[in-house]
Design a protein around this ligand. Structure first.
Ligand code: SF4
Ligand code: SF4
Length: 101
């Protein structure tokens, strides 16, 4: 299998992350990104986690967020200008080898 390096966006305080992060993206605590996996473009709404689990496995959902990380950054004019101090950006080889941080 071909190996490759991929950036992963990991929360270093995941177990104790604040309520607004636990409820995201359904609590309107942040902007909704059009390429967020939960955004249902056809119906212009957010899929619930239960609806998303009908489309993807839990592992796929987690992997997608780890490779996206957009909601852990602050954006201005379509660009990330700051990232949460708890966010760790790491390089990982292979698709499902999430490092322990
Ligand atoms: S990390 Fe990306 S895909 Fe996951 S909830 Fe945030 S914006 Fe959506
Ligand atoms: S990295 Fe920051 S913004 Fe992202 S889930 Fe963790 S505490 Fe929340």
């Amino acid at each position: 299998m071909k190996s490759f390096m991929k950036k992963l966006y990991l929360c270093s305080i995941y177990a104790t992350r604040p309520e607004c992060c636990i409820g995201y993206p359904w609590n309107d605590a942040n902007d909704i990104f059009p390429d967020c996996q939960f955004y249902d473009k056809e119906n212009k709404k957010l899929r619930t986690i239960e609806e998303q689990r009908l489309l993807n496995t839990q592992q796929e959902i987690e992997q997608f967020c780890c490779e996206c990380g957009k909601c852990c950054m602050f954006w201005h004019d379509g660009k990330p200008i700051h990232q949460c101090s708890a966010l760790r950006v790491v390089e990982s080889a292979g698709k499902f080898s999430l490092p322990v941080i």
